[in-house]
Design a binder for this molecule. Structure first.
Ligand SMILES: Nc1ncnc2c1ncn2[C@@H]1O[C@H](COP(=O)(O)OP(=O)(O)OP(=O)(O)O)[C@@H](O)[C@H]1O
Length: 255
């Protein structure tokens, strides 16, 4: 399989994301403790940690799929957590790829992409279709435009989901364990697309269990444990000389 994300339409690079003293509880359980994190524009930030440590919750605070109880999340200068913010406008600036693809099952790959382009970006049908074809080709799916999700492999479905997010020309891409539901042989193709995007300078926040991806593609890696940000460093330092005993134990268990 060849994947050439270089042919895609230009994206706006460089929007940073700031988590400013973010706290989140579910009922009486506190799942995020005072998280402060700068996600630099044009870089990939990987978030790793044990199951239940709050990685997805933190990611989902970026586009307010979860609402922090306290603290702010900024997308560039926009306070996403401001209740008066136009959340649809905010979400239109952020692409998100989920573990479970979240495609419309009765729509073709092409339609899965054109729907949002027409509804949100208000593109005319022919322009939306052309843009969708370009993005499907960029993730190696030329010729499969008219297949429905059930007629595609998990890896191909995930690539449709990535193409759909990219077609919206987002400023920031969020990946929530995008390869966790895939058979091992399909993981590589999806990671290679994500690696290409990182190389092109897309701002990305990636929740992942793929340590090698974090090592190779991230500008910084963040370790969460029990809802606390324990350590944050460039990959060489994070994997080569972790400071906290908790991170040292986590890395020896997973690598
Ligand atoms: N909607 C919810 N209602 C109640 N508790 C929740 C909800 N979503 C998450 N939690 C709890 O919050 C904690 C953090 O969950 P989260 O999914 O953010 O962790 P995670 O690090 O992404 O885990 P995993 O790696 O297993 O996906 C967990 O204890 C989880 O059970």
């Amino acid at each position: 399989m060849t994947t050439q994300t270089t042919s895609q339409a230009p994206t706006t690079h460089g929007t940073p994301v700031t988590f400013d003293h973010v706290n989140k509880r579910f009922g009486r359980t506190r799942v995020l403790h005072d998280i402060c994190l700068e996600v630099p524009g044009g870089q990939t930030t990987c978030v790793v940690g044990p199951s239940g440590s709050g990685k997805s919750t933190l990611l989902r605070c970026t586009n307010r799929l979860e609402e922090p109880d306290e603290g702010r999340v900024l997308l560039g200068d926009t306070d996403v957590t401001d209740r008066s913010a136009d959340i649809d406008a905010v979400r239109a600036r952020i692409g998100m790829v989920f573990q479970t693809f979240n495609l419309f099952p009765y729509r073709t790959a092409l339609d899965n992409i054109t729907l949002a382009l027409r509804r949100v970006r208000k593109l005319p049908a022919d322009e939306a279709a052309e843009r969708a074809r370009t993005h499907l080709a960029s993730v190696g799916l030329a010729g499969l435009e008219h297949r429905r999700p059930g007629q595609l492999s998990g890896g191909q479905q995930q690539r449709v989901a990535i193409a759909r997010a990219l077609a919206m020309e987002p400023e920031v891409m969020l990946f929530d364990e995008a390869t966790s539901a895939l058979d091992p042989e399909l993981v590589k193709g999806v990671l290679s697309i994500m690696r290409d995007l990182a190389g092109q300078g897309m701002t990305m926040i990636v929740v992942t269990h793929e340590m090698r991806f974090a090592q190779e593609a991230a500008g910084q890696v963040v370790f969460l444990d029990h809802g606390r940000l324990i350590e944050k460093a460039a990959p060489d330092k994070f994997f080569g000389a972790p400071e906290s005993p908790r991170l040292q134990a986590f890395l020896s268990a997973v690598t």
